[in-house]
Each structure stands twice: as structure tokens, then as C-alpha cells.
Ligand binder design. Structure first.
Ligand code: MG
Length: 256
């Protein structure tokens, strides 16, 4: 009898973990709102108000070691890596906000830690520049005591390996589209905690979601905006969906 109860309990735990709910990450924040723009403090505030799991952002470092939140390598033709912060700080984005620093993001993130910062450290051809960016970002996260409220992602395996070496118990997911793919087994061996792959790839290789889970890796699909694909990925039990439509994705989850 006891054995039966134990097996029933184990199966319940197993089914809960197998069917743990998919979580939503707002891609470059919840920017698709009046007055906001991608990778801005307002987009982070919107994501916090919506209460999603995470708000993604992209970071680069300036010539004088300020970490800037921006998707592209340059802002209004100013190359970020070769510019000083003084040269960039007054540039206005499309919605009138200034270019945010990672400091400003971490300060805003501290105000509502329900929504994690999903920090994408951008790929660079210069491996030393990547390493310097990683060290500077880690120092900033420590300064704001936000280690438990952030996660790292990167298309650069060099960045991922440096993060594995220098951090403890902070999620690190490797990003990929169709090239430079690593299997779940390879990622486990490297020591990252998850894969963050283009959604079309994961829909083509759904077995990688199950394989990753079996290895204890998290699975994240980017950037999924159409409801049919979002629903397919929810049905495949992916852990995270990164989307420009966090409200619609949340509604799909709650109406399931
Ligand atoms: Mg990104």
C-alpha cells in the first residue's frame, strides 16, 4: 500500500515537472506599447507591470567601460565599442528616451524583482573584448546584488564559456539560429544551463526540447510572435518563449 502511495506521489511530481508551465520573456522589453521603444527603461517597466517572467536586453561596452543597452553595434552611426559614454549619453532614441546604461536597468529591475533581466551579451569578433564585457557586466550585477534576478544569454560560445567560468548558480543559455548549433549533450558538457534556439529550429527538432529537459537543461525559443507557433511551443512544453507579443503569449497560456 505504502509503495502504491509512493509511486502515485512520484508520478505526480514527475507529471508536474514534465508539464511545468511555459514562461514568457519580453524580447527587448515590452516595447510594443505607446511611448515605448525596444531596449528602453520604459520597455522594462512595461514588462514588470505585465508581470512576465523576464525582460530581455542586449548589451555592449563603450571604450571607457560603460555597459550600454542597445541591440545594434552602433547608435546613430556611433560605434559603441569605440565611443566614450559621454559621446552617447545624450543621443535620443525613437521615443525620446536616452540610451540606457546597464546600471539604470539594474536600478529599475531592483524595484520589481518578479521580472528577471535576461541579459544578452553580444557576440564580438574580438574575444578579449567579449571577455572584458563579461567581467564588467558580472561586476555590475554584483554591485547591485542582483545575481538571483538575472540570467545570461549569448550567441557567442566564448562569452558563454567565460560566464560558466566566472559565475555560480546563474542561468546561462546558448543562443543559436541555424549555424553553430550544439546538441543538448554538447551544451551539457560545456556547462551552460540551457539552450535558447530560434523557434523554427525547435519546431523542426522538437526532440531537442525533450533531450534538453532530460539532461536538466532549460529550453527557450526566440522570437515567436505568431499565435500558432506560440501554441505549438507551449504544447511541446518549452520552458521559455521569447516574444515581441508578451501580452498575447500570456493570454494563450492562461486560456489553455
Ligand atoms: Mg537580444
Amino acid at each position: 500500500m505504502k509503495k502504491t502511495i509512493f509511486i502515485a506521489a512520484a508520478l505526480t511530481i514527475l507529471s508536474v515537472s514534465l508539464f511545468a508551465k511555459t514562461q514568457i520573456i519580453a524580447h527587448r522589453g515590452y516595447w510594443n506599447q505607446p511611448g515605448s521603444a525596444r531596449n528602453t527603461i520604459s520597455s522594462l517597466k512595461n514588462a514588470q507591470t505585465l508581470g512576465v517572467y523576464g525582460s530581455e536586453l542586449d548589451v555592449h561596452i563603450t571604450a571607457d567601460n560603460q555597459v550600454i543597452v542597445c541591440h545594434d553595434d552602433s547608435i546613430q552611426h556611433h560605434d559603441i565599442n569605440s565611443s566614450t559614454y559621454a559621446e552617447l549619453k545624450d543621443l535620443r532614441l525613437e521615443n525620446g528616451e536616452v540610451v540606457p546604461t546597464l546600471d539604470a536597468y539594474l536600478e529599475q529591475a531592483q524595484k520589481n524583482t518578479k521580472t528577471k533581466l535576461i541579459i544578452e551579451i553580444k557576440y564580438k569578433k574580438d574575444a578579449e573584448l567579449e571577455k572584458k564585457t563579461v567581467r564588467t557586466v558580472i561586476d555590475l550585477v554584483q554591485k547591485y546584488k542582483m545575481e538571483q534576478h538575472i540570467e545570461y544569454i549569448s550567441f557567442s560560445m566564448n562569452v558563454c564559456k567565460e560566464l560558466v567560468k566566472l559565475t555560480h548558480n546563474i542561468p546561462i543559455a546558448y543562443l543559436a539560429y541555424k549555424d553553430f548549433l550544439f546538441t543538448p549533450e554538447e551544451l551539457k558538457e560545456i556547462g551552460v544551463s540551457g539552450l535558447d534556439y530560434h523557434y523554427a529550429l525547435l519546431l523542426q527538432k522538437p526532440e531537442w526540447i525533450a533531450e534538453a529537459k532530460a539532461l536538466g537543461l532549460t529550453t527557450n525559443a526566440w522570437t515567436v510572435n505568431d499565435p500558432d507557433s506560440i501554441q505549438k511551443l507551449i504544447d511541446l512544453n518549452v520552458d521559455f518563449i521569447t516574444t515581441d507579443e508578451p501580452l498575447k503569449a500570456t493570454e494563450l497560456l492562461t486560456t489553455k
